[in-house]
Design a protein around this ligand. Structure first.
Ligand SMILES: Nc1nc2c(c(=O)[nH]1)N[C@@H](CN(C=O)c1ccc(C(=O)N[C@@H](CCC(=O)O)C(=O)O)cc1)CN2
Length: 290
């Protein structure tokens, strides 16, 4: 069997068109969704992602501001800028590109962003709301995975999902989202004994370990759905995922490629969250008038 490839670029294109239509409607009501992206230091990959976010805003008709600081920026200076953006009515989403330089405390920075503008969905308020099934900003990569599964027509309820990786940005929230969709969820990580025993029972595997080709065909149950969140570079500098794609695709039922799978969905869901924040802002303005 050769797996059906879930094309993240195609799904992202369709979703972006839907978002652009909604942006037009919001503009007709007097609100232009606005996103502020903060980049600290000179990490080349981060710069590429930040530029892609700016491009996506432009493409979808949103207002965007890119704020760049040198590596030497202090935490206090960054917190000051966030406080200013929290008060800016033209900005509905604030995002600090990660990773930050080591001298800056990531947790303090994330917690300084108003939960109402936390379009990355990293603030503990949004994480707590998501876990308890309330309306929340859902972090963009996990959200993108959920949308991809739904668009590919994959049933989640009652399925056994195995998440390999437990980062705060991807592993933990994606497992929780799948649980909210009534999957049975197992988390595996670097200290898990006999990984294969767990993954071979999975109907859905989410590979988010950050190690190139870590999940091989030996880990995959025939017909399983394999979602690859990895963004690694191999010895030749080529972008590759956490899954050994060529061999895993011969066993899986559905599989996401790298590049062109989960990655393009991350920025699309950021646009979705920014639109949602702008709409929330408009609703608040309207209800305060009535
Ligand atoms: N504040 C945030 N920081 C980081 C996030 C995030 O969601 N918020 N996620 C990642 C980086 N990231 C977005 O910021 C991101 C990573 C990858 C892609 C993507 O489209 N990847 C492409 C390949 C691109 C390439 O050639 O390098 C793909 O997989 O097809 C988009 C966004 C960490 N930091």
């Amino acid at each position: 069997m050769t797996a059906t490839i879930i094309d993240g670029k195609e799904i992202a294109k369709k979703k972006k068109q839907e978002i652009a239509n909604e942006v037009e409607k919001l503009k007709a009501e007097g609100i232009v969704p606005g996103l502020a992206v903060i980049l600290v230091g000179d990490n080349q990959a981060s710069r590429t992602y930040v530029n892609s976010k700016q491009r996506a805003c432009k493409e979808l008709g949103m207002h965007s501001v890119q704020i760049e600081y040198p590596e030497s920026l202090t935490e206090e200076e960054l917190l000051g800028k966030i406080a200013e953006l929290n008060q800016d009515d033209t900005i509905h989403g604030i995002l600090v590109q990660l990773p930050l330089p080591k001298a800056i405390n990531e947790t303090r920075v994330i917690e300084a962003i108003s939960p109402e503008k936390d379009v990355d969905g990293f603030h503990p308020v949004n994480i707590g709301r998501m876990i308890t099934g309330q309306d929340a900003f859902i972090s963009c990569t996990p959200f993108g995975i959920l949308v991809m599964l739904k668009e590919a027509g994959i049933e989640i309820a009652g399925k056994h999902a195995v998440v390999v990786g437990r980062s705060n940005i991807v592993g933990k929230p994606v497992g929780q989202l799948l649980l909210n969709e009534n999957a049975t969820v197992t988390y595996c990580h670097s200290r898990t004994k006999d990984l294969e025993k767990h993954t071979l029972e999975a109907d859905i595997i989410v590979a988010a370990v950050g190690r190139a080709g870590f999940i091989t065909e030996r880990h995959v149950k025939p017909g399983a759905v394999v979602i690859d969140v990895g963004i690694n570079r191999n010895e030749a500098g080529k972008l590759c995922g956490d899954v050994a794609f060529e061999e895993a695709k011969e066993k899986a039922g559905f599989i996401t490629p790298v590049p062109g799978g989960v990655g393009p969905m991350t920025i699309t869901m950021l646009m979705f969250n920014t639109l949602k924040s702008a709409r929330n802002h408009l609703n608040k303005l309207q209800s305060s008038k009535s």
